[in-house]
Ligand binder design. Structure first.
Ligand code: MLT
Length: 254
């Protein structure tokens, strides 16, 4: 998860309300990382690219921010040939908020007790399975695309406006599995309403954490080291993620 913003030059910034655009539905991982004193606008659609296009066109005065992430600011480039913005050229980076491991999650009655059984079940039942995601280009979409490519399977994708609503469908058993950021999954895994199959070490660490840590840490995110918090470092990360995901994701036809 990162943040990009139009450049703010004034010494006394900010002198008025700031608008923070969240590219997914309320209640998902991107939404949960925001502060309190700004106006939040959830602008959903097209895997977060609708919101990002709007933010890219906003006045570059520092009063419109966006919480971008690997999906909106990297995977979108290879996936959308007509993308209305360039993630590193059309935004002024502020800094990296957090790194969030991705978990493979399934409905609580999914018939596989561990990752090995999960993989075998997916391969044997791919035609019957529904995979939830937050729209083409989202983190949940791209992460599961990677999983599906490795397993050589093609389940039916079920898009939502964010992994907040996708998680509700998983808890309700309307979809079979999804790949989601750990911050969204920990409360549900703790409550036993869904199953988690991967990134055990990170999950256990998150579940065992009883100290007075920041909420992000409690939920399993990785707080960036000081050297990773600078605007320059975020720009370098965005460029390297675009290169990385361009090797994995194929362009959509539209
Ligand atoms: C969300 O906030 O809903 C997620 O970050 C969506 C995603 O990219 O999977």
């Amino acid at each position: 998860v990162g943040v990009a913003v139009g450049a703010a030059q004034a010494q006394d910034y900010p002198t008025r309300n700031i608008t923070m655009i969240v590219p997914f539905a309320a209640g998902g991982p991107t939404d949960q990382t925001l502060g309190q004193s700004i106006i939040i606008e959830n602008v959903v659609g097209a895997g977060g690219t609708t919101a990002s296009a709007r933010a890219a066109k906003a006045a570059p005065d520092g009063y419109t921010l966006i919480t971008g992430h690997m999906g909106t600011h990297a995977a979108s480039v290879p996936l959308y040939p007509k993308l209305a913005y360039h993630p590193s050229k059309d935004f002024e980076p502020v800094g990296l908020i957090a790194g969030t491991p991705i978990l493979i999650l399934a409905r609580k009655d999914f018939p596989a007790k561990d990752l090995k059984e999960f993989v075998a079940y997916l391969k044997a039942n791919t035609d019957k399975l529904n995979e939830a995601h937050a729209g083409v280009g989202s983190v949940s979409y791209s992460s599961c695309q990677l999983l599906d490519a490795v397993l050589k399977i093609s389940p039916t994708g079920v898009p939502f406006n964010g992994t907040g609503p996708a998680m509700n469908a998983l808890v309700g058993g309307q979809v079979d599995y999804m790949c989601d950021q750990i911050v969204n999954a920990v409360p549900q895994v703790k409550g036993g309403t869904i199953k988690a199959y991967a990134l055990n070490a990170a999950l256990v660490k998150a579940l065992d954490d009883e100290g007075v840590k920041k909420r992000l840490l409690d939920l399993g995110s990785v707080i960036p080291k000081p050297a990773e918090r600078t605007p320059e470092s975020l720009k370098t990360l965005v460029d390297s993620e675009i290169t990385k995901w361009s090797g994995v994701l194929k362009p959509l036809s539209n």
